[in-house]
Design a protein around this ligand. Structure first.
Ligand SMILES: Nc1ncnc2c1ncn2[C@@H]1O[C@H](COP(=O)(O)OP(=O)(O)OP(=O)(O)O)[C@@H](O)[C@H]1O
Ligand SMILES: [Mg+2]
Length: 259
């Protein structure tokens, strides 16, 4: 790439079929953190629950959503600017309509490639595109895995959660069929309570089993993180001075060094 020429975005899917492991929280706060470190960031909500949309304070009944752009190629990804405490980052919102869109997509040609084609149209507008996915391996998650080049896997540090990591690795294998360059960016302990012995054991096991794939940064359980999400704000807008805000900044630096 020539000097001064902007590169295409690095597209990262945040995925784990297991529910409630911190996918949405990670997408929101990592996105905000990357934006605060000077990157142009786009977040895409691919979950009909619309949690990422709400977590950033955008109404889920908003005008156009990602569903419209997936179903109709004449419609561009609808983008809204959301504050992150010291500026803005961009979001493609979702609503429950996305559940209907997933069903409709089943009968459409190129159904797994719809998001990839939309993201390609963004050209060099963004340095990072983060895609939040639902807790299932349906067509929406597959669209995210086909559009992305890297997968960030948030996980809890519980024995049951290890199954989720295994399952997403299998899904990545499957997705290679349509997207041969897909790679794991890293596994993130996204809700880690190191006071619990089980959690410390699982954390040790993850690092033994997956080595450097596991991010050095661990996001501890924190009431501020929970409250920020429920208040429709990133951690920076809600409690910028909190330790959790620093942890997401540290995670962003790790992501920048890996991708
Ligand atoms: N580090 C943390 N400390 C405390 N609470 C957290 C943390 N990370 C996430 N949470 C909370 O845990 C809940 C689940 O998190 P989140 O919605 O990010 O998970 P998810 O994987 O996106 O869930 P789903 O599978 O339903 O999409 C939310 O209420 C969120 O605020
Ligand atoms: Mg979620």
């Amino acid at each position: 790439m020539g000097k001064g020429k902007r590169a295409l975005a690095i597209v990262i899917a945040v995925a784990n079929q297991k529910g409630g492991v911190g996918k949405t929280t990670t997408a929101a706060n990592l996105g905000a953190s990357l934006a605060r470190q000077g990157c142009r960031v786009l977040l895409i909500d691919m979950d009909p629950q619309g949690n990422l949309t709400s977590a950033l304070g955008v109404s889920r009944s908003s005008q156009l959503t990602v569903a419209d752009a997936l179903l109709d190629r004449r419609i561009d990804l609808p983008i809204v600017a959301v504050p992150h405490g010291a500026g803005f980052l961009d979001l493609v919102p979702a609503s429950l309509a996305l559940a209907g869109a997933e069903a409709q997509l089943m009968n459409k040609l190129g159904r797994e490639m719809r998001l990839r084609d939309q993201v390609a149209r963004l050209g060099d507008r963004y340095a990072y595109v983060l895609i939040d996915t639902p807790p299932s391996l349906g067509l929406l998650t597959i669209n995210a895995l086909v559009a992305a080049e890297r997968v960030l896997i948030p996980t809890e540090a519980r024995f049951f959660a290890l199954q989720g990591v295994q399952m997403i690795e299998e899904s990545i294998e499957e997705a290679l069929y349509l997207n041969p360059k897909l790679e794991v960016l890293g596994i993130l302990l996204s809700k880690y309570d190191r006071r619990l012995r089980e959690e410390r054991q699982v954390s040790d096991y993850l690092r033994e089993r997956w080595g450097e794939r596991v991010f050095v940064t661990e996001i501890g359980t924190s009431s501020k993180i929970l409250e920020a999400g429920s208040s429709g704000m990133s951690i920076y807008a809600y409690a910028g001075g909190d330790r959790a805000a620093e942890l997401y900044a540290q995670l962003a630096r790790e992501v920048l060094s890996r991708a």
